[in-house]
Design a protein around this ligand. Sequence first.
Ligand code: MRU
Length: 333
Amino acid sequence: MNRIPETMSWKGGLDGYLVLLDQTKLPREHVEVDCKTVEDVWQSIKRLAVRGAPAIGCAAAYGVCLSEPELAEVEQACDYLATSRPTAVNLFWALNRMRETAQQTSTLAPHQFAEALLTEARAIREEDRQMCTDIGNHGADLLADLPVGSGILTHCNAGALATAGDGTALSVIFELARRKRKPHVWVDETRPLLQGARLTTWELMQRGIDCTLICDSMAAQVMREGRVQAIVTGADRIAANGDAANKIGTYGVATLAKVHDIPFYIAAPTSTFDVSLTNGSEIPIEQRDVEEITCGFGTPTAPEKVSVYNPAFDVTPVELIAGIITEQGVKRY
Ligand code: MRU
């Protein structure tokens, strides 16, 4: 069933390197990027060659293993990688684990120190894989009463490409399909970088799951037509009160869901929770290059020098969220 190329892999042993599937080239080309320096990993995260909150965390953990095996160097690598993207808390969560491992093993010989770091990076990835499986099971249990063939809408890409496993939101859908519930997935294209159109439909089609691509602006009409029975998206950071940041447009989808009385769920591992933040207003929102809007994929679509606002994420208030599907079960606020 799984024919998706690996999102990331570590080639070789202690002196190995990180190989990423370049997601900016999908679905037309399958290009791998060899990351042999910390800077290579930083660049790959920044330009979205690797993207999706859990995958960013895993890639950054491996990135730390590319620094010199010495505490000061590792801490510098952690600080540097932390500047690649601001919103997904999984990045900082994974880097904190790597930093703690480095601090606890800094007195070991360089070889053993490097081994401890690589072991920790592999553990972060392995745990993420398991979290995806568990999220899939909890989510499919939650949606078990939906009629066979129900419509499920998703936004952005929260699939295998965004994690070390089967994804978060898509893991729920894959598990429903395994249970013969025949979900039909409505995929928002996800302006401006089209993660839905380029990545989510690609993943679903590879796995033989029915899906229909729509422009983001069509979601309201599709809901009104009664085609959507539930909505499941991922998240990049969830505050202590349950407010959840995800790809720009998610808040709009959740608002529409409320109007149409459709349950809106978030699927995310506990590594996406940031309980140090009281509510979603404290979540830092990444602002990206204006050219993503004025010249998307190399085609100018707006007058030169037009004023542009390009926040990459928005925050869905907890009142609009019917439940958050985690690896530990469904949280309700
Ligand atoms: O800018 P991106 O593509 O990294 O944004 C990704 C998302 O918003 C995902 O929905 C989120 O990271 C969850 S991935 C399991």
